[in-house]
Write a protein that binds this ligand. Sequence first.
Ligand SMILES: *[C@@H]1O[C@H](CO)[C@@H](O)[C@H](O)[C@H]1NC(C)=O
Ligand SMILES: *[C@@H]1O[C@H](CO)[C@@H](O)[C@H](O)[C@H]1NC(C)=O
Length: 242
Amino acid sequence: MAAIAGRVCVTVVLLVCVLGGQALDLLMGTTTSGSSPSTPTVRCRCASYPNVTLCSWPEPPHHPPTHYVATYSERHRQSVTKHCHLIQPGSSSSDVISASSSSSDRLWHCHMPSLKLLTDYIINVTAVYSGSSSFHLSSFMLEDIVKPDPPVDVTVSPRDSKRLLLQWSPPPTWAHLDIFPLKYQIKYQRESRGIPRSYNLGPIESNWVVLKLKPGAYLFQVCAKELLNLGECSDWSSPVKN
Ligand SMILES: *[C@@H]1O[C@H](CO)[C@@H](O)[C@H](O)[C@H]1NC(C)=O
Ligand SMILES: *[C@@H]1O[C@H](CO)[C@@H](O)[C@H](O)[C@H]1NC(C)=O
């Protein structure tokens, strides 16, 4: 084995990248001796308020790290760090992993239970290689990263000669619908040359809407949002046709 001695470099990149509703990248860094491994790119999302917050990052395909260490803390109490519970790619204990992680990457996840609102959190995901490590720090607030999975079982049927009934079920991964209800947004457009139109439904939870539209073939989609406007609407459900 070739040992590379005497060359240890520390690279620190300060990144400020604010995207609506995304975790904020704070700092990434590498401590290497030899080749420079890639820092994990971490994304965090709460798919079921309040207890299912996952941060995820892709495993690099060619030189996977020997292991990861993921810790988190409140920004104002950084001395108190907790371990984020790691879930390997393709792991069967992935019942908390949301259905919509459709990416083809092999994703690592880590799970943080019962986070608090109005609290700035910092997560440090460190990839450990033989002889080097690289970390990624992100910051988030729970109310910004709430994003349910899309509604399921979306159907559209004629209600009478002029009206259509659009129905759906809430995302099954949203565990506490009784305490934290969802509201919905619908989008429809003509199948050909359609301009999409969308509507916010609410303020109370409802799993159906009756639409009066000009005759024709339309595509319908639904997204789900926490009733009190925490975070953002889910991805759109796949389109269904009347
Ligand atoms: C969230 O987790 C905490 C601690 O595990 C538990 O006490 C609380 O009841 C959970 N909340 C919900 C809504 O499940
Ligand atoms: C991130 O975590 C690693 C491993 O626990 C630690 O060595 C490193 O100092 C941490 N980085 C920062 C900036 O807190």
